[in-house]
Ligand binder design. Structure first.
Ligand code: SAH
Length: 196
């Protein structure tokens, strides 16, 4: 559980944008994540019509699943290409509007507004811009955040959660000396200390 070899690694935003431009998106799961299906009841906890947040969303197909179940989905992603591909691949008409609080950023959303995707860095968001959420699906998000930004990321996520919200987090377990990441290895002990 020595994560020392990854702790100083940094992936710049441009590098992520380049992955999308060149189609180097090995992290995208065409069929959705089996763990969301498995733990859906934990996320929903008997509630309906939730607001669910997808940090670092890419074009995750789970956003469509949850919207089809009647929930409102909000995502954030730096790559506009990823967000456009999401709407196009699911044949969802969408419109774009600027986000007044964040210069150069925009929001892409379905015409009914049930899926709203913010094209900006997650660090530009706050609860005054996106509101708070009843649930979070964190797959490929905490593990994609640069190790030096983890505490900042988690502190922000905590401010975006309603009192009774649930948070599903997917991590990967492997020897961090054998791969440089992302996905980065985040040991369970660190998750406990990050979230408190
Ligand atoms: N959660 C998605 C994508 C995982 S890959 C899935 O399950 O498929 C991580 C994604 O985060 C990439 O699409 C990358 O472009 C995006 N990203 C990286 N840094 C970001 C940041 N600071 N703010 C918003 N998105 C970011």
């Amino acid at each position: 559980t020595d994560t020392g070899s990854q702790k100083d690694r940094m992936v710049a935003e441009e590098e992520w944008l380049r992955k999308w431009e060149t189609g180097n998106i090995w992290f995208h799961k065409e069929r959705g994540h089996p763990l969301l299906q498995k733990y859906l009841d934990v996320l929903l906890n008997g509630r309906s019509g939730l607001r669910i947040f997808f940090p670092l969303c890419g074009k995750a197909v789970e956003m469509k699943w949850l919207a089809d179940m009647g929930h409102r989905v909000v995502g954030v992603e730096v790559s506009e290409k990823a967000l456009k591909e999401f709407f196009v691949e699911h044949s969802l008409p969408f419109c774009e509007e600027p986000i007044p609080e964040i210069s150069g950023a925009k929001k892409l959303q379905t015409t009914s507004g049930n899926i709203a995707l913010y094209c900006c860095s997650i660090y530009d968001l706050s609860s005054s811009i996106v509101g708070k959420f009843d649930g979070v699906w964190d797959r490929g998000a905490l593990v994609a955040v640069n190790p030096c930004d983890r505490q900042r990321y988690v502190s922000l996520m905590i401010t975006l959660m309603e009192k009774n919200s649930s948070y599903l987090l997917v991590t990967v377990s492997y020897d961090p000396n054998k791969h440089k990441g992302p996905p980065f290895y985040v040991p369970e002990s660190e998750i406990k200390s990050l979230f408190g």
